[in-house]
Design a protein around this ligand. Structure first.
Ligand SMILES: Nc1nc2c(c(=O)[nH]1)N[C@H]1C(S)=C(S)[C@@H](COP(=O)(O)O)O[C@H]1N2
Ligand SMILES: [Mo]
Length: 377
């Protein structure tokens, strides 16, 4: 008996190379922006050894821009990816499934590409809502997958280069005599995809691009929701930081000339002001007005050498951000503060009372709250 596989037949005409190329170009553009800004983000948060002491602390808005672009391009990639997969999915039913060793390899690389792409964008999306329904740690997996994704995409573009070239523009497709009557349908499809990208971008970009905050309907954060004019990522209760007894609280600075300060002594030191954003890796950001003591003044008083790194220790007991480090480019920047006040008020407990780090061009996760100890390294 002959085996008969009931393959679906596709009557839609838009599952063709021209549509795949048109959407693929936009998708590739979004992925390139997302990848480059993602690598910047990763290196600022987890610098490789050779870079750790040279990370630039300027421009002060740099991380806000790159991370805003990272999350926006990642969100835009979702409708593009879905549209691209819709365009090419009839190929899943190609018969025979494998024609040659070369063909098998190509299909395998496409399977890898699709798997990496889907996992990457959806893990990123879930991260923006702080939802981690998986057993692995987000950052290393998201970072490693990014390389797999981009590597598989480059391979795919190389393999498909002749087809991409042939279908790059409407005119080049015309020379291959694609049916002209598909034109209006394709235009509707592409317009629909563009509208979807525009809609998700408009409905989320306001979480970091504040002029659009009125339209910020889908983003998990709104720049105006939060105490003292600034969103809160982790409250004092969530971080299990006890209510601070101001009389007993001390800032300890460990270094060649260690010292301890009370809160009143800290407030009596020369105060500086800085307007700097909190730019969370999850995609929201907002500028705020801070004042407090310059980190470099505290370091000088401790006799720290100019190239010294600094370890910042929070009163928070557990949690991945309780202890952070900063290189000398940040520690010596005149804008880097041990902030005591935010937007004209004493820091609220959720914003890190009594003292927190605020530094330019730095991921939000490293803007340590509830600081009580600084160590010169
Ligand atoms: N000790 C400590 N500091 C922390 C965090 C934390 O969990 N623990 N969260 C960080 C993150 S992820 C961000 S985005 C900022 C948010 O600061 P905000 O709540 O003052 O806006 O604080 C950072 N500082
Ligand atoms: Mo964050």
């Amino acid at each position: 008996m002959k085996l008969r596989v009931p393959l679906p037949r596709f009557s839609g005409r838009l599952h063709d190379a021209r549509t795949a190329t048109a959407i693929g170009r936009w998708l590739a553009a979004a992925v390139v922006v997302c990848f480059l800004t993602g690598v910047i983000s990763h290196w600022l948060q987890h610098p490789p050894g050779w870079l750790a002491d040279d990370l630039p602390s300027r421009p002060s808005w740099g991380y806000r821009l790159t991370q805003g672009l990272h999350v926006a391009s990642g969100i835009a990639a979702i409708p593009l990816l879905l549209a691209k997969l819709w365009t090419v999915y009839p190929r899943l039913f190609e018969w025979p499934p494998v024609r040659s060793a070369r063909h098998a390899l190509e299909r395998l690389s496409v399977a890898l590409l699709v798997a990496a792409a889907v996992l990457e964008v959806f893990s990123g999306l879930l991260n923006t809502v702080q939802w981690y329904p998986w057993p692995f740690s987000f950052v290393p997996v998201h970072y490693a997958l990014a390389w797999v994704f981009v590597g598989a995409m480059l391979l795919h573009v190389a393999v498909k280069a002749p087809e991409i070239k042939a279908h790059w523009s409407r005119r080049s497709a015309g020379t291959l005599a694609l049916p002209a009557e598909d034109g209006p349908d394709r235009r509707s499809l592409l317009t629909g995809v563009a509208a979807a990208v525009g809609a998700v971008t408009l409905a989320t970009a306001g979480q970091s691009f504040t002029p659009l905050k009125r339209f910020d309907l889908l983003a998990p954060r709104h720049p105006d929701h939060g105490q003292q004019g600034l969103p809160v990522n982790r409250t004092a209760v969530a971080a299990a930081v006890a209510v601070v007894n101001v009389q007993q609280w001390r800032l300890t600075v460990a270094g060649p000339r260690p010292y301890v300060l009370t809160l009143d002594e800290l407030r009596a030191l020369r105060q500086y002001e800085a307007t700097l954003p909190i730019a969370c890796v999850e995609g929201w950001s907002k500028s705020a007005h801070w004042s407090g003591v310059r980190i470099r003044d505290l370091l000088d008083r401790a006799g720290a050498p100019p190239e010294a790194r600094l370890r910042v220790v929070s009163m928070e007991q557990e949690g991945g951000y309780a202890v952070t480090e900063m290189g000398h480019t940040y520690a010596r920047d005149e804008l880097t503060l041990l902030a005591l006040r935010l937007n004209g008020e004493v820091l609220s407990p959720d914003h890190g009372f009594p003292a927190r780090i605020i530094a330019p061009n730095r991921p939000g996760v490293l803007q340590t709250k509830w600081v009580h100890r600084l160590e010169v390294l």
